[in-house]
Design a protein around this ligand. Structure first.
Ligand code: NAD
Length: 481
């Protein structure tokens, strides 16, 4: 049954939560008194639709329904998850929790996006304190997977479990924080870095752009894939962490940092920060910057996905979870996905290399369907591609929802001859014809497939032989129909 999320406060963060739930198939009800809320959420959703599905190599579930409630009571009634994302003021949050708990299900997860408050502070005066958890996300919530989940001593264990399970199904990485502290884990670092950056500007040592360069050309790239400790372990060389600490530990006592002093945010400092930031980034609107950020994040996360590492390993697991439906007889759907921005070139079209990528993935999928899957390959058998012919028929743009239908032209003995057709809706975009040969991975020579694969392939080959041969099959390059 479709699940429902109530989003209380639909600003920057609430809008991101709404997108994460909707694009994962949940119905979403928003409660926000701002008359502009629908427009703002519409813009966040547009960004999310072009970026989140581009992380997946399978079809996302059909989008849920979005509605706007006229009260908190209407939004939360019967909802499975209630996410509070109102401004960071404890008095407002307390009022909102009282109203939520008066009308929400007692077993619903109530998450708070708070950046700084502890759960025990949020729970003060609550009817059912154990139901309220900190679920602290990172902007953009529809792309970044981390959620810091913090409960207090009275946390309800069943609701905590539902909370973690649900976040995982949404493709997120719940990090259970062991002890409640102000600002949880991640924002403690960010504040330390932010404080130092403010000093560097105030003392005239670096501009906002130079500080950003110091991050994005260097350690920022390391952090995104290995974090702090794994990076420093490598920095210690073969002797690892102990050597690293022996070498750099003493620096901590030197006056490298201003430690906990905070520069006063005088009008002059604020003016310096704002004008430097305008000079650095003022040529882009905020929405443009959001799209640039999202495209970069998608590209980086897809690179990590190839290495099955960090945030990319989560995407691999999420593709598996979103799963594959059993193939029906007839033509086989071997791909169903959205074209990511990073697959397009200077024309805004999908680059040639990615036609081969999508057809290669379709062949891999067909192999899986007939039982030539990861275990089969690990046991020393596989198919290798011997010949390929791709036809580019119509334009393919970023964000297009495409699917591949595959017909077996021949499937007997060592040969597997496939014809893939790439569609957006009913529009044929490209075709890919491939001849694959079965190989024994130990001898590296062609070989007969194992009996199970022979049998499954024979079923498809027989069924597909009764279908019309695709237009373009067997065509030489440049040959007209
Ligand atoms: N901005 C970030 O980067 C970030 C990151 C993580 C967490 N957070 C946390 O998320 C929460 C929201 O922050 P934001 O940046 O989205 O703020 P925001 O100002 O963009 O959005 C807050 C929204 O809450 C609405 N609102 C106010 N009172 C309300 C009420 N009584 N009922 C329903 N809606 C109400 C406002 O109209 C506004 O749309 C804060 O607790 C913040 O600490 C923010």
């Amino acid at each position: 049954m479709t699940k429902t999320a109530a989003i209380i406060g639909g600003g920057v963060i609430g809008g991101g939560w709404a997108a994460r739930f909707l694009l994962n198939g949940w119905d979403v009800r928003i409660s926000d008194p701002d008359p502009e809320a629908a427009r703002k959420i519409g813009e966040v959703l547009a960004n999310a639709r072009r970026s989140l599905p581009a992380l997946a190599d399978v079809a996302m579930p059909p989008e849920g329904r979005l509605s706007f409630a006229t009260s908190i009571a209407e939004a939360v009634a019967g909802a499975d998850w209630v996410q509070e994302s109102v401004p960071e003021r404890l008095d407002i949050k307390h009022r909102v929790f009282a109203e939520i708990q008066a009308y929400a299900r007692a077993d619903a997860v109530i998450g708070s996006s708070t950046s700084g408050f502890k759960p025990s502070e949020l729970q003060q005066g609550a009817a059912r304190p154990g139901q309220i958890f900190v679920c602290h996300p990172f902007n953009p919530v529809y792309l970044l997977p981390l959620i810091e989940v913090v409960g207090s001593d009275v946390a309800d264990p069943a609701i905590r479990q539902t909370c973690v399970d649900t976040l995982e199904k949404l493709g997120m990485k719940p990090l259970l924080v062991r002890k409640e502290i102000d600002a949880h884990i991640a924002d403690r670092f960010l504040e330390a870095v932010w404080r130092e950056a403010l000093w560097l500007v105030k003392d005239g040592i670096a501009t906002t752009e130079e500080i950003d360069d110091a991050i994005r050309f260097g350690f920022g790239l390391r952090w995104g894939q290995m974090g702090l400790f794994e990076t420093y372990r490598i920095a210690g060389g073969e002797a690892g962490m102990k050597h690293f600490i022996a070498q750099f530990g003493p620096c901590l006592a030197w006056p490298w940092t201003k430690l906990t002093d905070v520069p006063e945010l005088t009008d002059e400092l604020v003016e310096t920060l704002a004008s430097q930031s305008d000079a650095q980034s003022g040529m882009h609107s905020i929405r443009e910057l959001e799209r640039i950020r999202d495209d970069n994040l998608v590209g980086m996360m897809r690179a990590l996905k190839r290495n099955n590492w960090g945030a990319g390993a989560l995407l691999v697991a999420q593709d598996r979870r979103m799963g594959r439906t059993a193939p029906a007889p007839g033509l086989v759907e071997t791909q169903n996905r959205q074209v990511p921005q990073s697959w397009t070139d200077y024309n805004g079209h999908m680059n040639e290399a990615h036609y081969l990528e999508v057809f290669a993935a379709a062949s891999d999928r067909f192999m899986e369907i007939i039982g030539a899957d990861a275990d089969y390959i690990a046991a020393g058998n596989s198919y290798f591609t011997a010949e390929t012919h791709i036809r580019h028929i119509d334009e393919v743009h970023a964000g297009a929802r495409v699917r591949v239908e595959t017909q077996v032209l021949a499937g007997a003995g060592k040969k597997l001859h496939l014809f893939h057709s790439l569609f957006e809706g009913a529009r044929l975009l490209a075709t890919g014809e491939h001849l694959l040969l079965h190989v024994n991975l130990n001898s590296r020579a062609t070989s007969e497939p194992l009996p199970d694969v022979v049998a499954k392939l024979a079923d498809y080959a027989k069924a597909h032989a009764t279908m019309p041969r695709p237009e373009g099959a067997g065509r030489a390059v440049g040959q007209k129909p």
